[in-house]
Structure formats: C-alpha cells, structure tokens
Design a protein around this ligand. Structure first.
Ligand code: SAM
Length: 285
C-alpha cells in the first residue's frame, strides 16, 4: 500500500495493492455473508453515488480511479464523503477491476450502509401502491422490479419469505440507481400476512389461474398492494388466499407465463395509469 495520508476515517488514501485490508473488505462485499456482517453494499458509478448522497444514504467508503483525480465532480463527491465521516480511496485500475470484477469498471464506487424499512413503518395512503414479491430468486428480476416501482412512482417493495438479496452487486446494478429511491422492506410470510391484515386498501395478487382480467379492475380508490409470485412456483395458497382478487394478464401464443419483472411492469403501469400524466410527444399532439 502506498498511502498518501494515514489511516482513520475521513481521510484520503492512495491504494495500489490488492492485499490492502480496506480493499479486501470491499471485495468481500460480493458475498452476502460479508455484506450482512458489514451491513454494507457497493454501488458503481458517479451519478449513482451522487444520487445516493442526495437521498441521505450513509456512505462509508468512496473508491475512485486515479483518472478521477482533478475531475471536479469526483472531487466534490470525495469532499462530501469526508464531510460525512467516510473514507476516500484513490486506487489503481487493477484495484478497481478487482473490486468491481469488471474489465471496464466505472471510475467511482461507493460503499454504503444497508437500509431496510420496517413493515410497521409502512403508511399506505390513497393512491399509494406497494409491491410484495414472494420469494423472488433472480437478482435481475428484483432489480428490474425496483427500477420499475421507481419509474411509475409506486411507494416501495416488500420482500416476502426467502428472497435474493436486494443489496447484491447484480441486483443493485439492475436497479440502475433506483435502489436508493425505493424503500425495501422484508418479512417472513407469517409476519407479512399479519401486516396484510391491517392493510386497508385493495390487495390484488397475480396468478396464472386468476379469474379476473387485470384490465377490468378499478384501482383508483385507496391504496393498492400488488402481490407477485415466485418465478418457479407462483403465489403459494397462503398468500393467494389473502388477496381480495386474483388477476390474470391474458396471453396469446405458447408461452406458459410472463417473466416476473415483465408481469410486474404491466401491472404497475395499469394500476398507476391514472396517475401517470405523460407530456405529449412533440409533433404527435
Ligand atoms: N410456473 C409459475 C406459476 O405456475 O405461477 C410461473 C410464475 S411466473 C414466471 C412469475 C409470476 O409472474 C407469477 O407468479 C405471477 O405473479 C406473474 N405472472 C406471470 N405471468 C402472468 C400472467 N399471465 N397473469 C398473471 N400473473 C402472471
């Protein structure tokens, strides 16, 4: 290690060695065990890190490539990190490649504290939409759902049962930054069902055997809770029975079902249709 300044948080260090303990800790965040131990996760890209800071996420470490030295935006983020009590590492290309496991890494990586919303703190007002994902397994699906929830202005995601980690590198990448904008709660199925008992709005599940066409429902009154099933097994009976309605998206062709994230996107745009007032496209009024 080639240190520009010495050790404590709030200082800038120059690191070129993969054996540096700080680099080892960040690399370890690729594994859930170490993410949980450190209660931390990694996000790549300058814009993402700026958005995260703007949204009040706690940054622990900012890593930037040597090439970022002198870049005004990078230096500003570094100053914000130091002001927040975090550590700033200026690293070689080799170290950045090792941390991100990418051949062409972004110039900036941030390590943040994880944050989950407690179920009891969810307030569902009229117009609010929450998405509950039953045992979602695929990080790409989870990240895409979080991104879509953000895009339609829904309120957040509840992870039910044993799910993939919202703070894995793959999920965070797939959210394209929306991990910082969308509250995520998690609960065992029993705790979720108990919480659902107190949910005052419309609870709809999506199911391949759903009797109701998703386009026939009036979503405009009260909050909505949308339940989506596991990729392989769909919604289990216990969750399906707790829904006010089970909805189906009609399909043509030979596919058995839609991809989970695609089905969630279709549902969310339908539920939020009245709330999404797009500006007319120029020349098409
Ligand atoms: N084999 C699974 C099953 O039997 O349900 C397929 C699950 S599908 C890949 C994942 C989830 O997406 C489903 O549980 C449901 O929530 C939703 N989904 C997919 N296609 C759907 C459709 N046509 N209508 C309603 N929900 C659908």
């Amino acid at each position: 290690m080639n240190e520009r300044h010495a050790g404590a948080p709030g200082q800038v260090k120059e690191v070129t060695s993969l054996a540096n303990p700080l680099v080892k800790d960040i690399k370890a965040l690729a594994l859930k065990k170490f993410r949980d131990q450190q209660n931390a996760f990694m996000a790549e890209g300058l814009k993402l890190v700026i958005d995260a800071l703007d949204l009040g996420w706690q940054i622990r470490t900012l890593v930037f490539a040597k090439a970022g030295r002198g870049n005004a935006a990078v230096e500003k983020v570094a100053a914000r990190t130091v002001a927040a009590g975090g550590t700033v590492l200026e690293v070689s290309e080799k170290v950045l490649v090792a941390i991100t496991r990418r051949d062409n890494p972004q110039m900036v990586v941030g390590v943040f504290s994880q944050k989950f919303l407690a179920l009891k703190d969810i307030r569902a007002d009229n117009g609010d939409v929450w998405v509950a994902l039953d045992r979602v397994r695929d990080p790409g699906n989870l990240g895409t759902v979080i991104r879509t929830v953000d895009a339609v202005g829904a309120k957040g995601v509840i992870l039910v049962g044993d799910t993939t980690d919202p703070f894995s590198v793959e999920t965070v990448r797939a959210t394209m930054g929306s991990i910082f904008a969308v509250p995520v709660a998690r609960a065992a199925t029993d705790a979720f069902l108990a919480w659902r008992g107190g949910f005052s709005g419309l609870v709809v599940g999506t199911h391949l055997k759903g009797a109701v066409d998703y386009r026939s429902v009036d979503f405009s009154r009260g909050p909505v809770l949308l339940m989506m099933g596991n990729e392989q097994q769909g919604l289990p009976e216990s969750l399906a029975a707790s829904c006010d309605r089970l909805l189906r998206i009609p399909q043509a062709g030979r596919a058995d079902s839609l991809n989970l994230a695609v089905a969630t996107g279709i549902m969310l745009f339908e539920i939020r249709r009245g709330a999404l007032k797009l500006e007319p496209i120029p020349g098409q009024q």
